[in-house]
Write a protein that binds this ligand. Structure first.
Ligand SMILES: Cc1ncc(COP(=O)(O)O)c(C=O)c1O
Length: 341
């Protein structure tokens, strides 16, 4: 009999719900073990683990989607595997073979199938793969052992508004240094974002926007999401910088804008004093999907794009096409969808 988990799917926010099983694999003596599913959601590691002291850890965020006919599918998991490995390389951790990564994700989804939200609720099963340096070590050096885990949790929208516009504020804090770890998904980037995030929230904004760390003149990231804008002549524009996390959603939207919506696409500098060039703007990411940006506050002035209450038509089309592909209603480009069976 199928397990009943008694969750009100339509009320889900972006929070942790403990599911039944998670995957753990250990790297020791130069290789990964086979890995296994475990029940305990607590992990026991050495007090001297590099993950705890020197931030030697990285992670991913991805989702499993339930389609109309009840299937479960992943969206571009190979891209998450590649990005995790880029993060691992940046902080001297061993890489995870792509097949091992995808197999681990599939095992976790299947073992927690009851937690994959039904089609039509807008909710999904969020997967959190991560790698941490473990084992006894004191000085600043790479760990002697590593742990690769994947857990999951059913989630609803990341920003409270979901697909309604929210406002953001420019912060003077930086999330990454020009040649630092901004392009890697390492925990330290997020620790540094907690204070600016809480300041933005205390002022009533959904999150803050980071400018480029070298000149503070160009938009880099919208909290834990990438930025895009639609120009008055219908170009999809998104910032380029070595300290931005390369968002899989952003690159997917660039493809969708070009090949499904017929828009021109530009990855280039977006200057904070030239927001007038955009008629619509949004934040995009796995968790946020697309969050329309109502306005951005900079130097105490709120710049409103399309509207503070209505979603712009191009943002809406991008959202509908992206979600249509993710939930299996629209055919995606080859290789984007991986079935979990
Ligand atoms: C800092 C940051 N930027 C952007 C993104 C969006 O990336 P993706 O679309 O791959 O989820 C994320 C989330 O992973 C993030 O943490």
């Amino acid at each position: 009999m199928k397990k009943d988990v008694n969750i009100d799917w339509s009320q889900l926010g972006f929070g942790y719900i403990k599911t039944d099983l998670r995957y753990i694999s250990i790297w020791k003596d130069g290789k990964w073990d086979e890995g296994k599913l475990v029940e305990d959601n607590n992990i026991t590691i050495s007090e001297a683990s590099t993950a705890l002291h020197y931030g030697q850890q990285c992670f991913e965020g991805m989702k499993a989607y339930r389609t109309k006919n009840g299937d479960i599918q992943l969206f571009r998991p190979d891209q998450n595997a590649k990005r995790l490995n880029n993060s691992c390389k940046r902080i001297l951790m061993p890489e995870i073979p792509e097949e091992k990564f995808i197999h681990a994700c599939k095992q976790v989804i299947k073992a927690n199938e009851a937690y994959v939200p039904p089609y039509g609720t807008g909710a999904t099963l969020y997967l959190r793969p991560f790698v941490i340096g473990i084992g006894d070590n004191l000085g600043v050096r790479p760990a002697p052992e590593y742990m690769f885990c994947v857990f999951c949790s059913p989630v609803g929208p990341y920003f409270k508004g979901g697909m309604s516009p929210v406002n953001f504020v420019i912060t003077q804090y930086d999330r990454a240094a020009p040649y630092g770890t901004g392009a890697a998904k390492v925990g330290g980037n997020y620790a540094g974002s907690l204070l600016p995030n809480s300041i933005a929230k205390s002022k009533g904004f959904a999150d803050c926007i980071y400018l480029d760390p070298a000149t503070h003149t160009k938009i880099e990231e919208v909290g834990a999401a990438n930025f895009f804008g639609i120009t008055h002549d219908d170009k999809f524009v998104t910032p380029i910088s070595p300290s931005i996390l390369p968002s899989i959603t952003k690159y997917s939207l660039m493809h969708i804008a070009k090949h499904y919506l017929g828009l021109e696409v530009e990855e280039r500098d977006v200057f904070i004093d030239k927001l007038d060039e955009f008629k619509e703007a949004g934040a995009c990411g796995t968790a946020a999907v697309i969050s329309p940006i109502g306005g951005i506050e900079y130097n105490n002035k709120l710049h409103v794009f399309y509207s503070e209450t209505e979603v712009g038509p191009i943002t809406q089309k991008l959202y509908d096409t992206l979600c249509g592909i993710q939930f299996g209603d629209i055919e995606g480009p080859e290789g984007w969808i991986v079935k979990v069976d």
